[in-house]
Design a protein around this ligand. Structure first.
Ligand SMILES: [Zn+2]
Length: 688
């Protein structure tokens, strides 16, 4: 076998919120791969970093009254410790806001420029005159030009689903200052992606055929080529938290330029540190176009374009190597649904660690992970059952049933040899599990776990059939007992070697019990005979349902604190503008009490709930309300009283007609709270 040298990365978490189990799915997937490839004998360098740039970070730091540097430093500590405590063992965990990244980003940009792959031209964009900044689309809100819903984002309407540009909004306002944005012109820089069309088509096909890209990923990308590749806008105007573009004062690289370069910058820092047997000049050996090394990225399906179009184009255009593989996974769902803060299934990594063993989640994810873009579901019942049945009941149990006899009768030593039948059984099991190396490499962890559990079942059947606890009562059967315990402990050792990439901490305790620390899969080809083992102590305990419930409860409490901001949808509240109105203005509103008859999700909308209200003498009213993020269990609202505006003009929406508006308090998103009425209020009563 030739030894390969591989640089492995996970997608860079945005430095603007806590690590949650959705992130952990990817980082656990890549960590298992790294550990397995090392145990197969390859040299692997494993790096990641916080993605620390962009408007969202700048504005959040400002809101918290700290510098962006202070914000990203605090988040870095939290992120890096969450990964470490989950056993995700990066050789280096960096940030994109480093000198190494500044230099590499500039180098790639200048090379693209020198090769004629860049251009600049004026772009008209909405500008906040109060804040003196150009506004990203998500920081502009206004009325949808199509359905006239208020407070819709600049890139599309969440009520009717229409996509548009911020310039199309009616009465737009800046989410940052509340000011009316102005259209202002500014020079932007672009990478001419069309220059790379032929190269990218060839690269995608080549990587797909070589197993470096999933066919479903390559198929998804075909539509991008249909209309020709448009130039990619890579600059943002000051104020912006990021790297200034060389020779362009006041112009900054868009966060998606320096984020992937951050993979290489983190690796550069690792080379410079001298760890992993690397030296500073190893960076060039890795990134030059004809490098014999591999570069493997693990990402989620939401960032495919950046990694399979922009990133290889940038690298190739700068005369550097392209990724060997981009491994894409699906999203995490919990209990069959999108992670939800109100249901307590939006679980932060730290909250999980406060209640449960990280190896349990690693194992469960491994049983679910296959090399496709399918979503992975963390069903809490299945999680509990599988950990208890597989890890505790089938794996650890083998050792716990036999270790005591080895100490009681044989001085803690395994038999020096086994009869032919036992040797053959061991060899067959070892042969069967040797197929797992290829399954790990192909990221078919689910198939690897099935093979491991099948061998565990054989081992348990062997122990049950021979019943060492019965043999131990018969002094004439000591030798036979020794053989049974020796094969059983070797089965346990074999399983531990193959489970080690998935459950590293538990495996380390198991190896301490076995008195060795193997680092290679091939350590398990031969049984370990005549060796001493330590006293057995519990390696893993069953999951207690109460702990899962406590974790869900604690995740609900997180909601009461600050909801973690996400880069995709920053929603700082606009400043309230309160003008006075006359009592006559107020009287125009027909506010009424309604009783909820039906309430449920709306298919195709992640924002709306559909209500059917009993409005007393007004009859029944259907109203769509954008409070889904706050009320994840709409059926629980049935029967309660709400306050609604009865004389709002009916609005035709994609999902049906909305006949009024239900009132709630709060700033939006997951911070919305329905108003209540005291006992005595009846359906249809006016509110004055
Ligand atoms: Zn609309």
């Amino acid at each position: 076998m030739t030894t390969r040298e591989i640089l492995v990365t996970s997608a860079l978490p945005y430095a603007n919120g806590a690590i949650h189990l959705g992130h952990m799915l990817e980082h656990i997937q890549s960590d298992i791969w790294v550990r397995a490839m090392r145990m197969a004998g390859h040299t692997v360098h494993y790096v990641c970093a916080d993605d620390a740039h962009g408007s969202a970070i700048m504005l959040r730091a400002e809101k918290e009254g700290i510098t962006p540097q202070a914000l990203i430093d605090a988040v870095w500590k939290e992120h890096s410790s969450a990964f470490r405590d989950f056993g995700v063992a990066y050789d280096h965990y960096s940030s994109t806001h480093t000198d190494a990244n500044r230099e590499l980003t500039a180098r790639i940009w200048l090379a693209l420029k020198a090769a004629g792959h860049t251009q600049s031209r004026p772009v008209k964009q909405l500008y906040d005159p109060v804040k003196a900044m150009f506004l990203p689309d998500r920081y502009i809100k206004g009325e949808c030009p199509k359905c006239h819903s208020k407070d819709q984002y600049g890139d599309g309407c969440e009520v009717c689903g229409t996509a548009y540009t911020p310039a199309d909004l009616i009465n737009p306002y800046s989410v940052v200052s509340g000011a009316t944005p102005e259209l202002k012109e500014s020079t932007h820089f672009f990478v001419k992606l069309a220059d790379f069309e032929v190269m990218l088509k060839g690269w995608l096909a080549q990587r797909r055929d070589a197993g470096g890209l999933q066919a479903e990923v390559v198929n998804k990308l075909q539509e991008w080529f249909a209309d020709g590749l448009r130039s990619w806008d890579v600059s943002r105007d000051a104020p912006y938290f990021g790297f200034e573009i060389p020779d362009a004062p006041g112009k900054f690289f868009y966060v998606w330029v320096d984020a992937p370069v951050g993979y290489l910058a983190a690796f550069k820092e690792l080379c410079d540190s001298g760890r992993n047997g690397l030296r500073p000049d190893d960076l060039e050996r890795f990134i030059r176009a004809d490098s014999k090394t591999e570069m493997v990225h693990f990402i989620g399906k939401d960032i495919i374009y950046f990694h399979t179009l922009f990133w290889p184009a940038m690298l190739h255009g700068a005369g550097l190597r392209t990724p060997s593989a981009v491994n894409v996974h699906g999203f995490l769902t919990v209990n069959g649904a999108k992670m939800s803060k109100s249901r307590g299934t939006f679980i932060e990594a730290r909250t999980y660690l406060d209640h449960l063993d990280p190896d349990y989640l690693r194992y469960f994810f491994a049983t679910q992970l296959v090399p496709s873009l399918a979503d992975v579901d963390l069903d809490m019942k299945a999680f509990e059952d599988r950990v208890n049945s597989h890890l505790v009941g089938k794996w650890v149990n083998i050792a716990s049933r036999c270790a005591g006899f080895v100490h009681k009768f044989f001085g803690g030593k395994l038999a020096a040899q086994m009869p032919a039948s036992e040797s053959a059984a061991y060899a067959a099991a070892a042969q069967k599990l040797s197929t797992c190396a290829a399954l790990y490499e192909a990221r078919d962890y689910a198939a690897a776990m099935r093979a491991i559990i099948e061998v565990a079942d054989e081992a348990n059947a062997y122990v049950a059939t021979n019943a060492p606890w019965t043999m131990a009562k018969d002094e004439s059967k000591r030798d036979a007992l020794h053989v049974v315990c020796t094969l059983a402990i070797n089965y346990f050792r074999l399983l531990t070697v193959w489970l080690a990439p998935v459950v590293p901490a538990t495996a380390a305790r198991a190896f301490a019990f076995l008195g060795e620390s193997p680092t290679r899969f091939d350590a398990a080809i031969q049984p370990r005979l005549g060796a001493s083992i330590r006293e057995f102590s519990a390696l893993a305990t069953r999951i207690d349902t109460n702990k899962i419930e406590a974790m869900i409860e604690a995740s609900k409490e997180n909601l009461q604190a600050v909801a973690p901001a996400t880069p995709a949808a920053p929603t700082p509240a606009p400043q309230a503008t309160v003008a006075t109105i006359s009592i006559d203005d107020f009287a125009k509103l027909d506010l009424r009490i309604g009783t909820v008859l039906e309430c449920g999700f709306v298919e195709g909308s992640d924002k709306l709930l559909r209500f059917l209200l009993d409005a007393g003498d007004l009859g029944q009213r259907q109203i769509f309300s954008g409070i889904r993020a706050s009320y994840g269990e709409p059926e629980k609202l049935v029967g309660r009283k709400v306050v609604f505006i009865a004389n709002l003009a009916p609005r035709k929406m994609r999902f049906g007609v909305s006949e009024g508006m239900i009132l709630s308090a709060g700033s939006g998103g997951s911070d919305l709270h329905l108003l209540d009425a005291d006992a005595g209020a009846k359906s249809g009563m006016p509110v004055k």
